[in-house]
Write a protein that binds this ligand. Structure first.
Ligand code: UFG
Length: 320
Protein backbone atom coordinates (compact mmCIF):
# COMPACT_ATOMS: atom_id res chain seq x y z
CA UNK A 1 0.00 0.00 0.00
CA UNK A 2 1.02 3.62 -0.45
CA UNK A 3 0.83 5.08 3.05
CA UNK A 4 1.14 8.56 4.52
CA UNK A 5 2.61 8.58 8.03
CA UNK A 6 2.05 11.93 9.74
CA UNK A 7 4.46 12.45 12.62
CA UNK A 8 6.70 9.73 11.22
CA UNK A 9 9.83 11.50 12.47
CA UNK A 10 8.66 11.15 16.09
CA UNK A 11 9.03 8.27 18.54
CA UNK A 12 6.08 5.98 17.80
CA UNK A 13 5.69 7.24 14.22
CA UNK A 14 9.30 6.45 13.28
CA UNK A 15 9.10 2.90 14.65
CA UNK A 16 5.84 2.30 12.77
CA UNK A 17 7.24 3.83 9.59
CA UNK A 18 10.30 1.57 9.83
CA UNK A 19 8.17 -1.56 10.28
CA UNK A 20 5.87 -0.58 7.39
CA UNK A 21 8.84 -0.04 5.06
CA UNK A 22 10.20 -3.45 6.09
CA UNK A 23 6.80 -4.99 5.34
CA UNK A 24 7.07 -3.70 1.77
CA UNK A 25 4.76 -0.67 1.87
CA UNK A 26 5.54 2.60 0.10
CA UNK A 27 5.85 5.09 2.96
CA UNK A 28 5.80 8.89 2.86
CA UNK A 29 6.45 10.66 6.17
CA UNK A 30 4.81 14.06 6.69
CA UNK A 31 6.37 15.82 9.67
CA UNK A 32 7.03 19.48 10.45
CA UNK A 33 9.99 18.42 12.63
CA UNK A 34 8.74 20.55 15.56
CA UNK A 35 9.48 17.65 17.90
CA UNK A 36 10.53 14.96 15.43
CA UNK A 37 13.98 14.39 13.92
CA UNK A 38 14.78 14.12 10.20
CA UNK A 39 17.34 11.38 10.92
CA UNK A 40 14.61 9.29 12.60
CA UNK A 41 12.85 8.82 9.26
CA UNK A 42 13.70 5.28 8.16
CA UNK A 43 15.66 4.56 5.01
CA UNK A 44 13.28 3.80 2.20
CA UNK A 45 10.68 6.33 3.35
CA UNK A 46 10.37 9.77 1.76
CA UNK A 47 10.20 12.77 4.11
CA UNK A 48 7.93 15.71 3.36
CA UNK A 49 9.07 18.23 5.91
CA UNK A 50 6.04 20.52 6.23
CA UNK A 51 2.98 21.25 8.35
CA UNK A 52 -0.18 19.21 7.72
CA UNK A 53 -2.22 22.43 7.58
CA UNK A 54 -0.10 23.77 4.72
CA UNK A 55 0.29 20.76 2.46
CA UNK A 56 -2.23 18.02 3.21
CA UNK A 57 -4.49 18.83 0.25
CA UNK A 58 -1.63 18.64 -2.23
CA UNK A 59 -0.09 15.56 -0.63
CA UNK A 60 -3.29 13.49 -0.55
CA UNK A 61 -4.12 14.59 -4.11
CA UNK A 62 -1.23 12.26 -5.15
CA UNK A 63 -3.45 9.32 -4.14
CA UNK A 64 -2.86 7.19 -1.04
CA UNK A 65 -4.25 3.88 0.22
CA UNK A 66 -4.15 5.03 3.80
CA UNK A 67 -3.01 7.50 6.45
CA UNK A 68 -1.46 6.70 9.82
CA UNK A 69 -1.95 9.85 11.86
CA UNK A 70 0.64 10.17 14.65
CA UNK A 71 1.40 13.90 14.42
CA UNK A 72 0.19 15.59 17.61
CA UNK A 73 1.06 17.63 20.64
CA UNK A 74 1.26 15.14 23.48
CA UNK A 75 2.38 16.69 26.77
CA UNK A 76 -0.34 16.52 29.40
CA UNK A 77 1.10 19.34 31.54
CA UNK A 78 1.57 21.68 28.60
CA UNK A 79 -1.99 20.98 27.44
CA UNK A 80 -3.30 22.32 30.75
CA UNK A 81 -1.24 25.51 30.49
CA UNK A 82 -1.74 26.19 26.78
CA UNK A 83 -5.00 24.57 25.66
CA UNK A 84 -5.15 26.55 22.40
CA UNK A 85 -1.99 24.81 21.22
CA UNK A 86 -3.76 21.47 21.66
CA UNK A 87 -7.20 22.40 20.25
CA UNK A 88 -5.54 24.02 17.23
CA UNK A 89 -2.60 21.66 16.81
CA UNK A 90 -4.49 18.42 17.45
CA UNK A 91 -8.18 19.00 16.66
CA UNK A 92 -8.16 21.67 13.93
CA UNK A 93 -5.26 20.01 12.12
CA UNK A 94 -6.94 16.58 12.29
CA UNK A 95 -10.17 18.05 10.89
CA UNK A 96 -8.16 19.41 7.95
CA UNK A 97 -6.70 15.96 7.45
CA UNK A 98 -10.16 14.34 7.51
CA UNK A 99 -11.49 16.91 5.02
CA UNK A 100 -8.58 16.24 2.66
CA UNK A 101 -9.12 12.47 3.02
CA UNK A 102 -12.80 12.91 2.16
CA UNK A 103 -12.05 15.09 -0.86
CA UNK A 104 -9.37 12.80 -2.24
CA UNK A 105 -11.16 9.59 -1.24
CA UNK A 106 -8.33 8.23 0.88
CA UNK A 107 -9.82 4.92 2.03
CA UNK A 108 -8.07 4.06 5.33
CA UNK A 109 -7.09 5.84 8.56
CA UNK A 110 -5.29 4.62 11.67
CA UNK A 111 -5.27 7.22 14.44
CA UNK A 112 -3.09 7.48 17.57
CA UNK A 113 -5.59 7.91 20.37
CA UNK A 114 -4.75 7.53 24.04
CA UNK A 115 -5.73 6.05 27.39
CA UNK A 116 -6.03 9.69 28.50
CA UNK A 117 -9.47 9.73 26.78
CA UNK A 118 -10.81 7.66 29.70
CA UNK A 119 -9.61 9.81 32.61
CA UNK A 120 -9.89 8.30 36.10
CA UNK A 121 -11.05 4.70 35.53
CA UNK A 122 -13.94 3.05 37.35
CA UNK A 123 -12.88 -0.44 36.30
CA UNK A 124 -9.35 -1.80 35.79
CA UNK A 125 -8.31 -3.31 33.35
CA UNK A 126 -10.01 -0.62 31.24
CA UNK A 127 -12.23 -1.86 28.38
CA UNK A 128 -13.18 0.24 25.34
CA UNK A 129 -16.72 0.49 26.73
CA UNK A 130 -15.49 2.47 29.76
CA UNK A 131 -16.84 6.03 30.08
CA UNK A 132 -14.64 8.66 28.41
CA UNK A 133 -14.13 11.50 30.86
CA UNK A 134 -10.69 12.96 30.15
CA UNK A 135 -9.12 14.90 33.01
CA UNK A 136 -6.83 17.04 30.85
CA UNK A 137 -6.92 18.98 27.59
CA UNK A 138 -4.62 16.53 25.83
CA UNK A 139 -7.07 13.67 26.41
CA UNK A 140 -10.05 15.89 25.54
CA UNK A 141 -8.54 16.81 22.16
CA UNK A 142 -7.81 13.18 21.29
CA UNK A 143 -11.37 12.22 22.27
CA UNK A 144 -12.79 15.04 20.13
CA UNK A 145 -10.82 13.73 17.15
CA UNK A 146 -12.10 10.20 17.82
CA UNK A 147 -15.67 11.55 17.63
CA UNK A 148 -14.93 13.39 14.38
CA UNK A 149 -13.47 10.20 12.89
CA UNK A 150 -16.62 8.25 13.79
CA UNK A 151 -18.70 10.77 11.84
CA UNK A 152 -16.41 10.84 8.81
CA UNK A 153 -16.10 7.05 8.68
CA UNK A 154 -19.87 6.56 8.74
CA UNK A 155 -20.72 9.35 6.31
CA UNK A 156 -17.87 9.01 3.85
CA UNK A 157 -17.00 5.31 3.94
CA UNK A 158 -13.54 5.67 5.46
CA UNK A 159 -12.18 2.50 7.10
CA UNK A 160 -10.98 3.95 10.40
CA UNK A 161 -9.28 2.58 13.50
CA UNK A 162 -8.30 4.48 16.65
CA UNK A 163 -5.68 2.86 18.83
CA UNK A 164 -5.71 3.99 22.44
CA UNK A 165 -2.14 3.65 23.68
CA UNK A 166 -1.29 3.12 27.32
CA UNK A 167 2.36 3.76 28.35
CA UNK A 168 4.56 3.26 25.31
CA UNK A 169 8.16 2.32 26.06
CA UNK A 170 11.19 0.53 24.64
CA UNK A 171 12.91 1.14 21.31
CA UNK A 172 13.51 -0.48 17.95
CA UNK A 173 17.21 -0.35 17.13
CA UNK A 174 18.07 3.23 16.22
CA UNK A 175 14.42 4.32 16.60
CA UNK A 176 13.49 5.41 20.10
CA UNK A 177 12.34 8.14 22.44
CA UNK A 178 14.21 11.47 21.93
CA UNK A 179 12.09 14.23 23.42
CA UNK A 180 13.66 17.62 24.10
CA UNK A 181 11.27 18.03 27.02
CA UNK A 182 11.23 14.58 28.62
CA UNK A 183 8.40 13.83 31.05
CA UNK A 184 8.11 10.05 30.74
CA UNK A 185 9.27 7.78 33.51
CA UNK A 186 11.53 5.24 31.78
CA UNK A 187 13.65 7.72 29.73
CA UNK A 188 13.98 9.97 32.81
CA UNK A 189 15.19 7.09 34.97
CA UNK A 190 17.64 6.02 32.26
CA UNK A 191 19.05 9.55 32.13
CA UNK A 192 20.16 9.01 35.74
CA UNK A 193 21.94 5.79 34.75
CA UNK A 194 23.53 7.67 31.84
CA UNK A 195 24.77 10.39 34.18
CA UNK A 196 22.84 13.30 32.68
CA UNK A 197 20.39 13.55 35.61
CA UNK A 198 21.21 13.35 39.33
CA UNK A 199 18.20 11.40 40.56
CA UNK A 200 14.62 10.45 39.85
CA UNK A 201 11.59 11.77 41.69
CA UNK A 202 8.84 9.30 42.54
CA UNK A 203 5.58 11.23 42.38
CA UNK A 204 3.88 9.97 45.52
CA UNK A 205 4.21 6.76 47.55
CA UNK A 206 0.84 6.93 49.28
CA UNK A 207 -1.35 5.77 46.38
CA UNK A 208 -3.81 2.89 46.91
CA UNK A 209 -1.51 0.36 45.21
CA UNK A 210 0.61 -2.55 46.52
CA UNK A 211 3.77 -0.50 47.07
CA UNK A 212 2.11 2.93 47.22
CA UNK A 213 3.42 4.14 43.84
CA UNK A 214 1.38 4.56 40.65
CA UNK A 215 0.80 1.55 38.41
CA UNK A 216 0.94 1.80 34.61
CA UNK A 217 0.71 -0.57 31.66
CA UNK A 218 3.98 -0.36 29.70
CA UNK A 219 3.66 -1.53 26.10
CA UNK A 220 6.68 -2.14 23.90
CA UNK A 221 6.75 0.24 20.94
CA UNK A 222 7.33 -2.67 18.50
CA UNK A 223 4.22 -4.48 19.75
CA UNK A 224 2.39 -1.19 19.28
CA UNK A 225 3.73 -0.83 15.73
CA UNK A 226 2.57 -4.37 14.92
CA UNK A 227 -0.94 -3.44 16.08
CA UNK A 228 -0.94 -0.56 13.56
CA UNK A 229 -0.17 -2.92 10.69
CA UNK A 230 -2.98 -5.24 11.83
CA UNK A 231 -5.38 -2.31 12.21
CA UNK A 232 -4.61 -1.19 8.68
CA UNK A 233 -5.17 -4.70 7.30
CA UNK A 234 -8.43 -5.27 9.20
CA UNK A 235 -10.09 -1.83 8.91
CA UNK A 236 -13.62 -1.96 7.48
CA UNK A 237 -15.01 0.70 5.12
CA UNK A 238 -17.59 2.92 6.81
CA UNK A 239 -16.66 1.77 10.31
CA UNK A 240 -14.62 3.36 13.08
CA UNK A 241 -13.25 0.75 15.45
CA UNK A 242 -11.48 1.60 18.69
CA UNK A 243 -8.95 -0.62 20.46
CA UNK A 244 -7.03 -0.25 23.72
CA UNK A 245 -3.40 -1.29 23.49
CA UNK A 246 -1.44 -2.34 26.52
CA UNK A 247 0.26 -5.41 27.92
CA UNK A 248 -2.53 -6.00 30.39
CA UNK A 249 0.11 -6.01 33.17
CA UNK A 250 0.60 -3.15 35.58
CA UNK A 251 4.02 -2.15 36.90
CA UNK A 252 4.54 0.34 39.72
CA UNK A 253 6.95 3.27 39.54
CA UNK A 254 9.19 1.45 42.06
CA UNK A 255 9.16 -1.69 39.92
CA UNK A 256 10.21 0.39 36.91
CA UNK A 257 13.07 2.00 38.85
CA UNK A 258 14.18 -1.45 40.10
CA UNK A 259 14.09 -2.84 36.54
CA UNK A 260 16.25 0.08 35.38
CA UNK A 261 18.71 -0.61 38.21
CA UNK A 262 18.89 -4.29 37.26
CA UNK A 263 19.39 -3.59 33.55
CA UNK A 264 21.90 -0.73 33.87
CA UNK A 265 23.76 -1.82 37.01
CA UNK A 266 23.50 1.79 38.23
CA UNK A 267 22.18 2.51 41.78
CA UNK A 268 19.78 5.19 40.40
CA UNK A 269 18.99 7.33 43.46
CA UNK A 270 15.25 7.85 43.81
CA UNK A 271 13.49 10.31 46.08
CA UNK A 272 9.80 10.46 46.93
CA UNK A 273 8.22 13.75 45.84
CA UNK A 274 4.62 15.04 46.05
CA UNK A 275 1.96 13.49 43.82
CA UNK A 276 1.75 14.92 40.29
CA UNK A 277 -1.48 16.70 39.56
CA UNK A 278 -3.93 14.65 37.49
CA UNK A 279 -2.22 11.24 37.84
CA UNK A 280 -4.64 8.33 38.32
CA UNK A 281 -3.37 5.64 40.75
CA UNK A 282 -3.65 2.75 38.29
CA UNK A 283 -4.03 2.60 34.49
CA UNK A 284 -4.05 -0.87 32.95
CA UNK A 285 -5.58 -1.77 29.59
CA UNK A 286 -7.88 -4.57 28.71
CA UNK A 287 -6.65 -5.44 25.22
CA UNK A 288 -9.07 -8.34 24.81
CA UNK A 289 -10.81 -6.64 21.89
CA UNK A 290 -7.56 -6.08 19.96
CA UNK A 291 -6.57 -9.69 20.60
CA UNK A 292 -9.94 -11.05 19.47
CA UNK A 293 -10.62 -8.80 16.47
CA UNK A 294 -7.13 -7.94 15.19
CA UNK A 295 -5.40 -11.15 16.22
CA UNK A 296 -2.86 -9.00 18.05
CA UNK A 297 -0.66 -10.55 20.73
CA UNK A 298 1.95 -8.43 22.49
CA UNK A 299 5.22 -10.39 22.46
CA UNK A 300 7.57 -8.12 24.39
CA UNK A 301 5.75 -8.02 27.71
CA UNK A 302 8.70 -8.47 30.07
CA UNK A 303 9.56 -5.18 31.82
CA UNK A 304 13.32 -5.89 31.93
CA UNK A 305 13.27 -6.52 28.17
CA UNK A 306 11.42 -3.27 27.49
CA UNK A 307 13.90 -1.35 29.66
CA UNK A 308 16.86 -3.14 28.04
CA UNK A 309 15.80 -2.00 24.56
CA UNK A 310 15.30 1.57 25.79
CA UNK A 311 18.70 1.45 27.53
CA UNK A 312 20.52 0.23 24.41
CA UNK A 313 18.93 3.06 22.47
CA UNK A 314 19.82 5.63 25.15
CA UNK A 315 23.44 4.49 25.16
CA UNK A 316 23.66 4.53 21.36
CA UNK A 317 22.48 8.17 21.37
CA UNK A 318 25.29 9.07 23.77
CA UNK A 319 27.80 7.47 21.43
CA UNK A 320 26.21 9.10 18.35
N1 UFG B 1 6.52 9.43 37.26
C1 UFG B 1 7.33 9.64 38.37
N2 UFG B 1 8.41 10.44 38.22
C2 UFG B 1 8.74 11.04 37.04
C3 UFG B 1 7.90 10.82 35.92
C4 UFG B 1 6.80 10.01 36.06
O1 UFG B 1 7.06 9.13 39.46
O2 UFG B 1 9.75 11.76 36.98
C5 UFG B 1 5.36 8.56 37.41
C6 UFG B 1 4.04 9.24 37.08
O3 UFG B 1 3.51 9.88 38.20
C7 UFG B 1 3.20 8.06 36.59
C8 UFG B 1 4.23 7.10 35.98
O4 UFG B 1 5.48 7.50 36.48
O5 UFG B 1 2.62 7.43 37.68
C9 UFG B 1 4.26 7.17 34.48
O6 UFG B 1 4.36 8.54 34.09
P1 UFG B 1 4.61 9.00 32.59
O7 UFG B 1 4.67 10.50 32.60
O8 UFG B 1 5.74 8.24 32.02
O9 UFG B 1 3.31 8.51 31.86
P2 UFG B 1 1.78 8.85 32.16
O10 UFG B 1 1.19 7.60 32.72
O11 UFG B 1 1.57 10.08 32.91
O12 UFG B 1 1.33 9.22 30.68
C10 UFG B 1 0.98 8.27 29.74
C11 UFG B 1 1.22 8.83 28.34
C12 UFG B 1 0.38 10.07 28.12
C13 UFG B 1 -1.05 9.75 28.43
C14 UFG B 1 -1.17 9.18 29.81
C15 UFG B 1 -2.56 8.81 30.20
O13 UFG B 1 2.57 9.14 28.20
O14 UFG B 1 0.49 10.48 26.79
O15 UFG B 1 -0.36 8.02 29.91
O16 UFG B 1 -2.97 7.77 29.43
F1 UFG B 1 -1.80 10.88 28.36
Amino acid sequence: MKLLVTGGAGYVGSVCAARLVEAGHEVVVLDNLSTGHADAVPEGARLVSAAIDDVIEDVLAEGYDGVLHFAAKSLVGESQQDPAKYWQGNVVTSLRLLEAMRRHRTPRLVFSSTAATYGEPEVVPIPETAPTRPTNTYGATKLAIDHAITGYAGAHGIAAVSLRYFNVAGAYGRFGERHTTETHLIPLVLQVALGTRADVKIFGDDWPTDDGTCVRDYIHVVDLADAHALALANAVAGEHRIYNLGNGFGFSVRQVVDACRAVTGHPIPAEVAPRRDGDPATLVASSDKARAELGWTPKRVDLDGIVRDAWEFTQSRREA
